[in-house]
Design a protein around this ligand. Structure first.
Ligand code: F6R
Length: 242
């Protein structure tokens, strides 16, 4: 992987937004892989600003979210469908119908995973996948123990991840137990992976992903199996790298 150490989150956002603007300039119907959580927000902010400044045509840009909670009430503000609408689709001005999120409604969950895989395939695959990494080492919601060949499926969230994500809810009891997530194999099919991480709490997961043994105990280490990876981290998140 190419590792870029940036001074702060704003610099990371600017760097990745520039790469995405370049991608869309050459491919107006580019397919973006969208992460949720806090990490990618500086990218989305910088990208929205670039689009506003330059008038870049994003009307044909397509998007696929990494994951979704299972069983939140429809329209819940913390469902990843709601988050993607609020943080990505609206500020960037993307066409809502071209931005996909896995369907986390319990009814239909049996077919949702295969449907999502098919939709990605029919779009021609993801051009640039934005990734965060969890403290547990997860990418998407592929917690430790996820197969390197896994595809989109329903998973159980680990307790540390539910604790970390409780900040978005009124209490931990409201954090869903299950999710539907792209698999590691699905993520590895993207043509360019861009993994971002900020802050000291992410340092062990970053080191494991970039330099550790490739193991399903550290799902982020799957990025070592990909030939085009950019890791963008601040000093604190880079602290455990050799
Ligand atoms: C989000 C996702 C997760 C997050 C990870 C880090 O779609 O799939 O892997 O990227 O949990 O979360 P933050 O960025 O909130 O620290």
């Amino acid at each position: 992987a190419e590792v870029v150490i940036v001074p702060d989150e704003a610099a990371a956002g600017a760097l990745v937004a520039d790469a995405i603007v370049g991608l869309i300039g050459g491919k107006p119907d580019a397919v973006l892989g969208l992460a949720t959580g806090s990490t990618p927000l500086p990218v989305y902010r910088a990208l929205a600003a670039r689009i506003a400044e330059t008038g870049l045509d994003v009307s044909r840009v397509r998007g696929f979210a990494l994951d979704e909670y299972v069983g939140l009430p429809p329209g819940h503000p913390e469902s990843y469908r709601s988050v993607i609408t609020r943080e990505v689709v609206e500020p960037l001005g993307l066409a809502p119908g071209l931005v996909h999120v896995p369907d986390g409604r319990p009814v239909g969950i049996r077919t949702a995973a295969a449907d999502y895989e098919r939709a990605i395939r029919e779009a021609g695959g993801v051009d640039l996948q934005i990734l965060g990494v969890g403290r547990t080492g997860h990418i998407g919601f592929n917690e430790p123990g996820s197969s390197m060949a896994s595809r989109t499926r329903v998973k159980t969230l680990t307790e540390p991840t539910r604790i970390d994500n409780a900040r978005f809810f009124d209490s931990i009891d409201e954090v869903p137990m299950h999710c539907i997530t792209q698999g590691i194999g699905t993520i590895l099919d993207a043509r360019h992976l861009v993994l971002l991480a900020f802050g000291a709490a992410k340092a062990p997961a970053v080191a494991a992903a970039v330099e550790g043994p490739v193991t399903s105990s550290q799902p982020g280490s799957a990025i070592q199996l990909h030939e085009h990876v950019t890791v963008v981290v601040d000093e604190a998140a880079a602290a455990d790298l050799q």
